[in-house]
Design a protein around this ligand. Structure first.
Ligand code: NAP
Length: 319
């Protein structure tokens, strides 16, 4: 990293410190490109908030999400990656080097790897924002402990809802999973575990329409989507796991994206701008696994290395 006026000049700037970001940093570091990783708000990304990851190869008994994140970081830094605890706030991709503004100053990057991940979706109902942190949560690993011997509701029917719901059974007296349909999206193994668990109950074909409480969550208003019948359900906790939105707003108007905001990449992780690559959940609406994000990160860094080697390439379209 060198200094150019007030801006730090880097060969490879990686945005995001999740599996995609640190896998990219590892590969770029081993190519002796001294990558700099801007961590973003959540060091380790969403994976670091997961209690146990059982499907990342190489860990037959599973590995803690935070622990795996630390190992990713340590390995990348061992080969020369630099971690900066900062979040990017604006990018200018109109010319190389690309300019990235952050709360740690400006960077000029010869190549950029976007691994900014995704953030949890909200239900968007009355009371949800007001009671977040007072009974409403989006992170079981962070907040599950607060619900020791309490009644908890989990909303969602995907892997996250069932996996995190099962995790909360360590603390809560009961976990009621409320899902808007009859069928679950979650993998059969998680469905089986949840259905067999003595503390887990299900309310199906039902949505939460209101979060009720003054100082803290007291109850939820539920609506059966088949009958239209509304009921009140008393609970101490509400955990919402209804999918994610990619953290790509900063790149709107510069990088091509899908309608849902995922950055469009080709099979080499190249975006529409030569020298800018994207990996992980910011660019992946399909798989969103730790292993696939890490794979995308590695691929992006390999391609960034080739790009820099060839690098009299003009700025502009790469596809
Ligand atoms: P997801 O698979 O998109 O599931 C979201 C769930 O929330 C769906 O069941 C959906 O219902 C429901 N939902 C969406 N909007 C809703 C709303 N407004 N009100 C009520 N319910 C709503 O998201 P995810 O569970 O976070 O998983 C994301 C990805 O990560 C997936 O690819 C998953 O396989 C992966 N993941 C894997 C693991 C693992 O392998 N152990 C763990 C966690 C996540 P519908 O089904 O009706 O659409």
């Amino acid at each position: 990293m060198t200094s150019n006026g007030n801006a730090k000049q880097v060969k490879v700037l990686v945005l995001g410190s999740g599996p995609a970001g640190y896998a990219a940093a590892l590969y770029a570091a081993r190519a002796e490109l001294q990558p700099v990783v801007l961590t973003g708000m959540q060091l380790g990304g969403q994976a670091a908030l997961t209690y146990t990851i059982e499907n990342y190869p190489g860990f037959p008994e599973g590995v803690g999400g935070a622990q795996l994140g630390e190992l990713f970081q340590k390995q990348a830094e061992y080969f020369g990656a630099v971690t900066e605890f900062a979040s990017a706030s604006a990018v200018d991709l109109s010319q190389r080097p690309f300019k990235v503004e952050s709360d740690n100053g400006d960077y000029l990057a010869d190549s950029l790897i976007v691994g900014t991940g995704a953030s949890p979706n909200h239900l968007g109902i009355s009371g949800e924002v007001e009671l977040t942190g007072r009974g409403v949560s989006y992170c079981a690993t962070c907040d599950g402990w607060f619900f020791k011997d309490k009644k908890v509701v989990v909303v969602g029917g995907g892997d996250s809802a069932l996996e995190e719901g099962l995790f909360i059974t360590r603390y809560a007296s009961s976990v009621t999973i409320i899902h808007r349909r009859e069928e679950f999206r979650a993998s059969p193994i998680l469905q089986h575990r949840a259905k067999e668990h003595p503390k887990v109950n299900f309310i199906l074909n039902t949505i939460v329409t209101e979060v009720i409480g003054t100082d803290k969550l007291e109850s939820l208003k539920l609506k059966n989507v088949q009958t239209g019948v509304e009921t009140l359900f008393e609970t101490d906790g509400l955990f919402i796991f209804i999918g994610h939105t990619p953290n790509t707003q900063m790149f709107q108007g510069q990088l091509e994206m899908t309608d849902l905001g995922y950055i469009s990449v080709n099979d080499r992780m190249e975006t529409n701008i030569a020298g800018v690559f994207a990996a992980g959940e910011a660019a992946d609406p399909h798989f969103r696994q730790v292993v696939t994000s890490a794979g995308m990160g590695a691929a992006a860094a390999i391609q960034a290395t080739r790009f820099l080697e060839a690098s009299t390439a003009p700025v502009g379209e790469s596809k």
